[in-house]
Design a protein around this ligand. Structure first.
Ligand code: SF4
Length: 343
């Protein structure tokens, strides 16, 4: 049976001494609370990527849009462009929805409770809990994949994922108190990111090792126990790289709803499991130049790349270098493949 008070005190002491310095944080023990806008922005970014990857995006976003009002006023397309490389574009759309809700309905001030935050359009349960805890020091149960992993190991939970999730949430909730809840949430995050790492936990440097039931089994890295994975389906399709005499490439704006919605992309067929053959979007001297592979969360995609040098058609034309910086990764791969064949 884990001694909760002693576990909490060990982890908070470690956090006081070893907290990561991050641009959206204030140091542990500081009387100054962090800016809720910065906390919220960082949490949305960090749900899908790591701190080293997200940090340059965070710095660039906060330089371009230093307040939630400034972010709320941005054009959708500009935001999507700035988000490229952070993945999961639905989150970017939710980001904008939430920014506009705060700016328009709350005078630019974030609600300071978990319930109030959850009432904002575009804010999910995790983000509401994280912002309530970190920005407002509310005793919220902040549970992401890192915290699930730490709980599964600390308590040696044998139920396979994802069935264990409710138990892991309950176990995490039992550790939250009204004492320093913001620091507690961030201490768990730091532990999961730097010590209790997914594949190789550094148990020798762990501040809560003496409490850890997973470590006591001798194989802490076995937790959380994984369910057997279903194979990811494979889809295929065709994409067209069209370059004109001014060396610009043809792009299209993708429909708002659906995968990569609202983003710029290359013209493409639908992506289907049985293979999709579709007519080229414009008449041209088409050449097949191979294919590229890309893995999305729910399927793998193989895209045949066809190229042509032509003009005309109902496209958005953009310099190839700018397009390579703006497009989502799947299209950047296809664009590079196509342009290298046109050189
Ligand atoms: Fe994770 Fe090891 Fe610490 Fe247990 S002792 S919480 S497995 S790092």
């Amino acid at each position: 049976m884990i001694d909760v008070a002693s576990l909490r005190s060990d982890l908070l002491d470690w956090y006081d001494a070893r907290a990561r310095t991050l641009p959206w944080r204030t140091p542990p023990g500081s009387t100054e609370r962090p800016d809720p806008y910065r906390v919220w922005l960082s949490e949305v970014m960090l749900q899908q990527t790591t701190v080293p990857h997200a940090t340059p995006y965070f710095l660039s976003f906060t330089e371009r849009w230093p307040t939630v009002q400034a972010l709320a006023a941005v054009e959708d397309g500009d935001l999507m462009g700035a988000w490229a490389g952070l993945g999961y574009y639905a989150r970017a759309r939710n980001l904008l929805t939430c920014a506009r809700a705060v700016a328009d309905d709350h005078g630019g001030v974030f609600p300071d409770t978990e319930v109030g935050l959850l009432s904002l359009s575009g804010v999910g349960a995790y983000t509401a809990a994280a912002v309530a805890a970190i920005a407002f020091d509310r005793p919220a149960n902040v549970v992401d994949g890192n915290v699930e992993r730490v709980m599964a190991r600390l308590f040696a939970v044998e139920t396979p994922m994802p069935g264990a999730k409710p138990d892991l949430r309950r176990l995490a909730g039992a550790l939250v108190t009204g004492h320093r809840p913001g620091d507690w949430a961030q201490a768990l995050m730091d532990l999961g990111a730097t010590v209790c790492r997914p594949r190789s936990p550094v148990c020798g440097a762990c501040p809560v090792a003496r409490h850890c039931e997973g470590l006591a089994t001798g194989r802490p890295e076995r937790f959380p126990v994984k369910a057997t994975k279903a194979a990811r389906p494979r889809r295929t399709g065709t994409t067209w790289v069209i370059r004109d005499a001014a060396r610009r490439v043809a792009l299209v704006r993708r429909p708002t709803n659906g995968l990569l919605g609202g983003m710029l992309g290359l013209p493409t067929s639908d992506w289907g499991e049985g293979g999709v053959d579709a007519p080229a979007p414009v008449t041209g001297d088409w050449r097949d130049v191979g294919s590229i592979d890309h893995v999305f969360t729910h399927f793998s995609l193989t895209l045949t790349v066809r190229v042509s040098e032509t003009a005309g058609g109902d496209f958005i034309w953009m310099a190839a270098d700018d397009a390579a910086r703006t497009l989502p990764t799947v299209f950047t791969k296809a664009l590079r493949r196509g342009l290298s064949a046109l050189e």
